[in-house]
Write a new protein. Structure first.
Ligand code: KIV
Ligand code: ZN
Length: 451
């Protein structure tokens, strides 16, 4: 039985909320480059910037609107005339423009930041949306700090902006304070209580201060939100925004729990992550889900052995499904002979059992001294251990030192995320990715050696 999956719009705010995070500012050319990658990724809406914030932001939004024509292009504006006019000026040539108006609604913000009453807040939100609507048919409204806003008052504001013409109601957890059950219930309450809500899209915008942004966004979707706001690598104010790749892959890997579809081409995720980190110079944390360097790396012997036999043992999605070239087995002191043998093959050497034992003994001693055994260490070790005429069957001729250095990263070269594991040998012959079915008998030994 095919389960009907509802479509969730992906609103990417890497260029706006993401760009607001320390060290992540981008110039116009860089923003354009990333916008093209977001287009390839298949996001539905690109929030290209906050046009009144600076001349640079204005020009970037305008440039993106002019050339990126498939997705909706949104520009942020506070709930006041000059902001909305400026946003519209930047967006007016977009194929599908959206003005995104926001105004804080929590008492803390009204009292200390805006110094306005609740009644003034309702009036300002309504007037701002009405004005934005007079310029652009697609208007999104965000009650900033919604999760710390009195729920009755929140519904009052939302009702007013729906009447004024808002087409998307975005519910921000501005300070990353909410938890999944509470946020899900808030979305359900809004769906139940705001008149006219059936004609607008509910959106979730979650920050990660308690590490729950993705879980909160998914809870919102489960309760009726049909747009998620997110960023590549989860960058954003303070602890960041909900990460696009985590939301998308949660839906793809667990359709039983999240029966929703997005338009995201998941094979473009890794490229988007790498492009962003190259542009900003901000590296992705190694253990970051989906896009971190270690997300598909396996060092423990048992894990390596399992992955080589069948990746499903320790991988819930294929690296290729998110655009990562191949999983990377990290060779260290916990690695087993199976993984070592496989890496030797990838480097062009095939050893019989006895020869591999020799290599393995030396490998373990070396791995005890240095953390990770890189390819160039391994090549050296192979050369020292075996003269090619003995028990090793080189798939390629032994590599002279200079050439070996060229195929493997020198020790002092900065570590690149996912160093390319050669998929072919020196002759372009594809190397085996999975274990050879004619494996040698003593499987258990590999486990024991590796642990
Ligand atoms: O976090 C937030 O409240 C925002 C709004 C402008 C949507 O980024
Ligand atoms: Zn935000």
């Amino acid at each position: 039985m095919t389960v009907e999956r509802e479509r969730i719009s992906v609103f990417d705010t890497t260029l706006r909320d993401g760009e607001q995070s320390p060290g992540c500012s981008m110039n116009q050319q860089e923003k354009l480059r990333l916008a093209h990658q977001l287009d390839r990724l298949g996001v539905d809406i690109i929030e290209a910037g906050f046009p009144i914030a600076s001349e640079g932001d204005f020009e970037s939004v305008r440039a993106i609107a002019a050339v990126v024509r498939r997705p909706v292009i949104a520009g942020l504006a506070r709930a006041c005339r000059p902001d909305i006019e400026r946003a519209w000026e930047a967006l007016r040539d977009a194929a599908r423009p959206r003005i995104h108006v926001f105004l804080a609604t929590s008492d803390i913000h009204l009292q200390y930041k805006l110094r306005i009453t609740r009644d003034q807040c309702v009036a300002q939100a309504r007037d701002a949306v009405r004005f934005a609507k007079s310029l652009c048919p697609d208007v999104e409204f965000s009650p900033e700090d919604a999760t710390r806003t009195d729920p009755d008052f929140l519904c009052r504001v939302l009702e007013a902006v729906v009447e004024a013409g808002a087409t998307t109601l975005n519910i921000p957890d501005t300070v990353g304070y909410t938890v999944p059950s509470e946020f899900g219930a808030l979305i359900a309450m809004i769906r139940r209580c705001v008149p006219g809500i059936e004609n607008v899209v509910i959106s979730a915008h979650c920050h990660n201060d308690l590490g729950m942004a993705v879980a909160n966004a998914l809870a919102a979707v489960a309760n009726g939100a049909r747009q998620v706001e997110c960023t590549i690598n989860g960058i954003g104010e303070r602890a960041g925004n909900a990460s696009l790749e985590e939301i998308v892959m949660a839906m793809r890997v667990r359709p039983d729990q999240y029966p929703y579809d997005t338009g995201v081409a998941s094979e473009q995720i890794f490229a988007a992550s790498q492009t962003l980190s190259e542009i900003t110079g901000v590296p992705v944390q190694p253990n970051k889900a989906i896009t971190g360097r270690n997300a598909f790396a396996h060092e423990a012997g048992i894990h390596q052995d399992g992955v080589l036999k069948n990746p499903l043992t320790y991988e819930i999605m294929t690296p290729r499904s998110v655009g990562v070239p191949d999983s990377k087995l990290v060779l260290g002191k916990h690695s087993g002979r199976h993984a070592l043998g496989m890496r030797c093959e990838q480097l062009g050497y095939q050893f019989d059992r006895r020869a591999l034992d020799d290599i393995y003994r030396r490998f373990v001693r070396l791995a005890d001294k240095i953390k990770h055994v890189e390819d160039h260490h391994l090549l050296e070790l192979i050369r020292d251990t075996h003269k090619p005429s003995t028990s090793a069957t080189p798939l390629i001729e032994p590599i002279p030192a200079a050439k070996a250095a060229a195929v493997s990263a020198p020790a002092n070269e900065p570590v690149k995320p996912f160093p390319a594991v050669p998929a072919t040998n020196a002759f372009g012959v594809p190397l085996p990715v999975h274990a050879d079915p004619q494996q040698e008998p003593n499987q258990q030994e590999d486990y024991l050696w590796g642990v």
